[in-house]
Design a binder for this molecule. Structure first.
Ligand code: SF4
Ligand code: FES
Length: 248
């Protein structure tokens, strides 16, 4: 396939940035999207030009680093996949592809297609953990019975990889799906109940302080989430928040 790429180039956080056109030829439909960008970067390096900066790590849908907005969709046109799992067979010979960074006030661009998602880390630090006694008297987690339905829902919530596609696809740049998943994975388990009140209050407070918008139930986040995180997690977080706020 021969393709035209229109890519957001931005030297640093202060640069204004602009879309720049590139051509790539002989792209195999079996390549991943990131491999196609590797081909482009090899061409640029061979010409002595600056390669396009983009985030990636595992390249197998686990780490959540590959945060690209492709033709106006987070992680591109396929469903239930990250950009590293997106195949070029989703495009046609002669296509023009627009590639931009995830856009949100709380995700400032660092360079080209790389954004700073440390706001997610700060939300996690605010309460996305359980405190465990590690003195040697720790009770084996398996010793506490957990209802199968709750265990399945907690596991589903825990599959969130923190990619930020939910924020990028929301017209309000809301992080409610992400925070809902992180609150739910503990709220559903007995181990998470002890710190539940502080957890939800602190995580929501941090989410607001980071500049994420509010949820207006459009559901774009659920559609674009590569891990199929359900809107039920937002509802559960709202219930947890109300109950924690009433407890004071
Ligand atoms: S909820 Fe989905 S889209 Fe949002 S950060 Fe988690 S995995 Fe990514
Ligand atoms: S590079 Fe890790 S999920 Fe894409």
């Amino acid at each position: 396939m021969n393709l035209t790429l229109k890519i957001w180039r931005q030297k640093n956080a202060n640069d204004k940035g602009k879309m720049v056109d590139y051509k790539v030829n002989d792209i195999s439909p079996d390549m991943s999207f990131l491999e196609m960008l590797d081909v482009l970067n090899e061409q640029l390096v061979n010409k002595g030009e600056e390669p396009v900066a983009f985030d990636h790590d595992c390249r197998e849908g686990i780490c959540g680093m590959c945060s690209l907005y492709i033709n106006g969709e987070a992680h591109g046109p396929d469903r239930g996949v990250t950009t590293c799992q997106l195949h070029m067979r989703m495009f046609k010979d002669g296509d023009t592809i627009y590639i931009e960074p995830f856009r949100a006030k709380a995700f400032p661009v660092i360079k080209d297609l790389i954004v700073d998602r440390s706001s997610f880390d700060r939300i996690q630090h605010a309460g996305g953990f359980i405190s465990v006694n590690t003195s040697g008297n720790t009770i084996d987690a398996n010793a506490i019975p957990v209802n199968k339905h709750d265990a399945d829902d907690a596991f589903s919530a825990a599959t969130c990889i923190g990619c930020g596609a939910c924020v990028a696809s929301c017209k309000n740049s809301s992080a409610m799906l992400y925070v809902g998943a992180k609150v739910s994975q503990f709220a559903l388990l007995p181990q998470g109940k002890i710190e539940a009140t502080d957890r939800v209050l602190n995580m929501v407070k941090q989410m607001d302080e980071e500049g994420f918008g509010n949820c207006t139930n459009t559901g774009a986040c659920e559609v674009e989430c590569p891990k199929g995180i359900s809107l039920e997690n937002i509802a559960r977080m709202n219930r947890e928040y109300l109950s924690a706020a009433l407890k004071g």
